[in-house]
Design a protein around this ligand. Sequence first.
Ligand SMILES: NC(=O)C1=CN([C@@H]2O[C@H](COP(=O)(O)OP(=O)(O)OC[C@H]3O[C@@H](n4cnc5c(N)ncnc54)[C@H](OP(=O)(O)O)[C@@H]3O)[C@@H](O)[C@H]2O)C=CC1
Ligand SMILES: O=C1O[C@H](COP(=O)(O)O)[C@@H](O)[C@H](O)[C@H]1O
Length: 531
Amino acid sequence: MSHASPEQSAGALTWGLDRAAKEDLPTTVVVFGASGDLAKKKTFPALFHLYQRGLLPKRVRIVGYARTRLSPEDFHKRATSFLGPEAASKDVEGFLRLCVYVSGQYDVPDDFRALRKEIENQDTAINPEGRSERVRVYYMALPPSVFLDVATQIKGCVYDDGCTNRIVIEKPFGHDLESSRQLSNDIGALFSEHEVFRIDHYLGKEMVKNILTLRFANVFYEAVWSHHYISNVQITFKEPFGTEGRGGYVDEFGIIRDVMQNHLLQVLSIVAMRQPESLRSEDIRDRKTEVLRRILPIQLEDTLLGQYVGTRGGGGKPGYKDDDTVPAGSTTATYAQCVLHVDNDRWRGVPWVMKAGKALDEAKMTIRIQFKDMPNALFPNLARNELVIQVSPKESVYIKTIVKEPGLSTNLAMSELDLSYHKRYQDIKIPDAYATLILDVLNGDHSNFVRSDELDEAWRIFTPLLHQIEKEQVVPLPYEYGSRGPKGVDEFASERAGYKLSAREYHWRPKPTPATATATAKGSTPSTGKL
Ligand SMILES: NC(=O)C1=CN([C@@H]2O[C@H](COP(=O)(O)OP(=O)(O)OC[C@H]3O[C@@H](n4cnc5c(N)ncnc54)[C@H](OP(=O)(O)O)[C@@H]3O)[C@@H](O)[C@H]2O)C=CC1
Ligand SMILES: O=C1O[C@H](COP(=O)(O)O)[C@@H](O)[C@H](O)[C@H]1O
């Protein structure tokens, strides 16, 4: 079998990777739901990009499984429809030689026996010497309604005790605390926790993975990382599009379950956790769970909900309820802002604001750590420093820093210490989160996957709020498609979390003395912390 080498295929762009799949054991990856959206857009492209860079195990086969009957050509067409411009045709051909497709139902044992047979056929090709040590990865690119059926059939008809078995599950993991516990118990009855990889793809994003390094490899961050210096933290997710054909899903889950309870809370736990004892996955997950345990359930009065409405005029955008797959009177929130509190000695008194919305003015995911006011009389009324980690787009880390305005001026100005990855690391292409995570699965590394106790805590924090919203049928505030969210989004963050809008440009100058008063009167900038 020929594998493309990184140098051969990736051209000048490297992923900056120093690791391939460690275990060079014969490996079969089974993608359930191989006919679907996630498989097409994320799973197969991620597998391809790993293949293209020589990062898959040397002896690997990929078996797609779904109900839809597909010819090999049709399956290949689907599996490669999202590979992107980097995909050289010889690499695509090589990759497709590793991929086969089996069609079957999700609850029919005979179909799973046929799948097992196909896996064994593939095994013979990659494992002619019949080594007993092998890896099987079962990737559930499926709606949650069939997770359990498929897991049951895998265990009953496909599972091989002699192999290392890994099952990858996509979110949503349940609907609330109770359903999530039920799912965890059901899956737990079939697979041990170390066999389960719950994907939260935000944990595979470059800047989210970078938080640990920034915090614990740089002496100055840890020194100020507490309520002593930090005023508030804002974790923001903005998407510039609405339901886009996913109305049914969005309406069932809403923005809090879709993005906050998982992606944003995972990010929060890494920003807030203590230093882990080591970089071993269980040590990292212990620390995340420890901090989640100290988060108080969110109160309705600390929550702002919104739902987008259409815009009129030429090129107007549809409102949420204009989507045919959304029920007419839906009160599902497509925007939410919540204030959370971590009740431990490090963070008591620091509000954590989560904001998430669809159909907003831009695509952006940021973590904004706002420091307290400068406690000195030399420069009163200054704007606050902020450390901003921009997860997407254009990965960057910058610190909003006050400097003397350059030149003869005595004014101060807000500027930025800016580490923009696209400028600093021009030769490195940041891998997609799914490629990173699938590589972790192949390596058996759980660090960037959600453990069942973390999940339980995440639902404990959000479930009372979600149930109250549903019971009281709280009506979300309207906001226009393409806007910044419902009226009052900034006021809410400043009232509830003491957030001070930071000026893009900040000018400060000393109080005029009699000698300088004439110059001020002639029109220089007034002293203000806010623009
Ligand atoms: N799409 C995305 O961008 C993302 C998806 N996810 C998660 O990944 C998982 C898969 O998502 P996605 O690919 O979008 O889902 P799809 O709706 O595309 O479903 C995947 C496949 O599952 C089968 N399927 C669909 N509905 C049912 C049903 N009701 N009963 C049985 N089988 C069904 C279909 O295959 P067939 O009929 O051929 O069997 C379909 O091709 C979900 O858990 C989702 O939440 C997470 C992040 C992003
Ligand atoms: O899990 C989800 O995430 C996407 C956003 O992911 P991103 O990597 O593009 O930031 C979101 O659109 C989707 O609703 C949600 O299910």
